[in-house]
Design a protein around this ligand. Structure first.
Ligand SMILES: [Zn+2]
Length: 391
């Protein structure tokens, strides 16, 4: 027997009396069937209601073949009369957002001819998919229109037209429902087939705000918040802005300008820092002693570019310039850059590979790579290279 669905005629049924017709165990939970219910079962992109049957928590509501199943963790005996109470705050948010969605979809259809091809009402967010492209600018114009209509407190009417009457009505979402067609009309805004509970007057929505838009395969996905969710979002964002404004010691309306200025200053400082570091390591390179024509310098934490720069400095003053750069002082692995203005140094990388687990290579005048060992071990590799070269 199909459950009498009270929300279909009156979305404002918060509590109701009902008789338990069936209580079945299903895995870890129970599915309770009542003779009538105000719980909205999941459908059309909206989650099922939560609430209580007497003191028993209902954590989800589903429908199959017209029978509504209330999911609980405890059983309730069949035949018992219960008081059903739905989680009204959550449900009312769904109603505010669902009605706002119809309004936005109605205006999108009117101005652009696009259909709403996907709708999801999550726990604190609503998304709509349209089969055409909309920019944020266009959406903000639509948002204005939606809010004007909200404040005009227009009526939301639920009706069940006959087949003949239906043929004379222009409405969206023609394939949504089987059986009795339920039409939700928002006066002067939209007409759409829908099974869900809606607010009675648009003024109850209070506010609708477009949050984001992104392209997807069919067109765009729009995220919008209405009613309490919009207010909560406003609160969160205000808190964020206040935090940032405190940290920046800037007025709330001027945080973006202040951040842009800070970013600019940071870039300037970074640029200066890079120049100073380079100057410092160049000075260090100049002080590096030359032993047997080799200037070998050990460094830490330099960037690849800096390692090359230092090597160039060393090559200016010695026959062979060598830089051994470690991420940290006591690390065994190092990054090397070895260069010479006169010699072909490529064979050194082969010796480093053989003797110090080296990797890398390069041009005749400069090689780069990584290897493992001490400065003394590298100096020995260079001696070997010289001997081989002079043989
Ligand atoms: Zn709907």
């Amino acid at each position: 027997m199909e459950t009498i669905q009270l929300y279909k005629q009156d979305a404002y049924h918060k509590t109701f009396k009902a008789t338990v017709l069936q209580c079945e165990k299903e895995k870890e939970y129970y599915q309770i069937v009542l003779d009538q219910t105000a719980f909205f079962p999941e459908g059309g992109g909206q989650y099922g209601d939560r609430g209580f049957l007497d003191e028993v928590i209902v954590f989800d509501t589903q429908i199959k073949d017209g029978v509504v199943y209330h999911k609980t963790k405890e059983p309730i005996e069949e035949g018992r009369e219960v008081i059903g109470t739905i989680d009204w705050e959550r449900r009312y948010c769904f109603m505010q957002n669902h009605s706002a969605e119809h309004m936005m979809s109605g205006f999108v259809h009117r101005h652009y001819g696009y259909q709403n091809v996907g709708f999801h009402l999550g726990e604190e967010e609503m998304t709509m998919d349209f089969d055409g492209i909309l920019t944020m600018e266009q959406l903000l114009t639509l948002e204005k229109e939606v809010n004007e209509a909200i404040w005009e407190n227009r009526e939301v009417i639920v009706s069940y037209p006959t087949k003949e009457e239906l043929e004379t009505i222009e409405y969206r979402s023609k394939k949504e429902i089987e059986g009795d067609m339920r039409i939700v009309t928002i006066d002067g805004v939209d007409c759409c087939a829908c099974c869900a509970p809606h607010v009675q007057k648009t003024g109850e929505i209070g506010l609708a705000k477009v949050i984001s838009v992104q392209k997807n395969k069919t067109g765009v996905r729009v995220t919008m918040l209405a009613g309490r969710w919009a207010l909560q979002d406003y609160g969160k964002k205000q808190e964020e802005v206040h935090e940032i404004s405190k940290m920046l010691s800037a007025k709330v309306g001027e945080v973006a300008k202040t951040v842009a200025k800070l970013k600019e200053e940071k870039e300037k400082l970074e640029y200066e820092l890079v120049a100073l570091r380079l100057q410092m390591i160049q000075q260090k390179a100049e002080q590096t002693p030359i032993v047997d024509g080799i200037a070998c310098m050990e460094t830490e934490g330099l960037s690849g570019k800096e390692v090359r720069e230092v090597c160039n400095c060393l090559m200016e003053k010695a026959e062979i310039g060598v830089v051994l750069n470690r991420k940290e002082k006591d690390e065994e692995e190092f990054q090397y850059s070895i260069g010479s203005k006169e010699q072909d140094v490529r064979k050194i990388s082969i010796l480093l590979k053989e003797q110090l687990s080296g990797r890398g290579g390069g041009q005749p005048k400069m090689i780069q790579g990584t290897a493992v060992g001490t400065k003394e071990q590298v100096e020995k590799v260079l001696m070997d290279w010289r001997e081989q070269r002079d043989d």
